[in-house]
Design a protein around this ligand. Structure first.
Ligand SMILES: O=C(CO)[C@@H](O)[C@H](O)COP(=O)(O)O
Ligand SMILES: [Fe+2]
Length: 221
């Protein structure tokens, strides 16, 4: 069986003044990746619940919310409540990642855990049944348009191995520097869900999404 692959454009690279049109432009995507930043966990500031709620209301594709915020335990459940399809918080920002994932799942969203490049995956491997997706950051979180960190591939493989060993239906997501040139490297290492901001919005989004899909498919497991 070939693993399903997902392309999730990040609206961080979209024109925020024309967000509704930018959301329409990616209707062939699987999910829309929404980067929430608080200028505390990362040195950048984007949006909070009121704007994400409006995006949820008008988006033709479901929301994949990536929280780059401190005190995730306090804020993450609200994004599940407003209807996000998945809510991913950072391991480094949650006091109790398992309890938080359970709250997100109880509300009805998929629960994701994200790891910054410097974060060791080992403590999280045995917790994987508590999550629906793992996000391996392939740039330092905070900004779009950075270069893909190929040295994160051993971490991705570590999660892919643990997923296989435990027989889990877990999505492995990569975020940062994904292009037609790097997506195959990530797919090869076990990723099945690909976030791309500048690569999608830097051209005609529908064409870019199709190109990314084709490039990823040649490396599907
Ligand atoms: O979470 C982040 C950045 O912190 C990402 O989702 C970026 O928005 C991806 O942008 P590109 O690297 O694809 O341009
Ligand atoms: Fe992101």
């Amino acid at each position: 069986m070939v693993t399903a692959q997902r392309i999730n454009p990040s609206i961080l690279s979209a024109d925020f003044v024309n967000l509704q049109a930018e959301l329409e432009a990616i209707r062939t995507a699987d999910l829309v990746h929404v980067d929430v930043m608080d200028n505390h966990f990362v040195p950048n500031l984007t949006m909070g619940p009121p704007i994400v709620e409006r995006i949820q209301a008008v988006s033709p594709v479901p929301l994949d919310v990536h929280l780059m915020i401190s005190d995730a335990d306090r804020w993450a459940p609200g994004y599940a409540e407003l209807g996000a399809y998945s809510v991913t918080f950072h391991a480094e920002a949650a006091a109790d990642p398992v309890a938080l994932a359970r709250r997100i799942r109880d509300i009805g969203a998929r629960a994701g855990i994200a790891l910054k490049p410097g974060t060791d995956p080992e403590p999280y491997l045995e917790l994987l049944p508590e999550f629906d997706q793992v996000l391996v950051m392939t740039v330092e979180p905070g900004f779009g348009g950075q270069s893909f960190m190929a040295d994160m591939m051993p971490k991705l493989r570590r999660f892919a191995d643990a997923k296989a060993k435990l027989g889990l239906d877990l999505w492995l997501q990569v975020d940062g520097g994904i292009t037609v040139d790097t997506i195959g490297i990530a797919a090869e290492a076990g990723a099945d869900t690909f976030v791309a901001g500048s690569a999608v919005y830097g051209g005609v989004p529908e064409t870019r999404i199709a190109e990314l899909r084709a490039a990823a498919a040649t490396h599907a497991h």
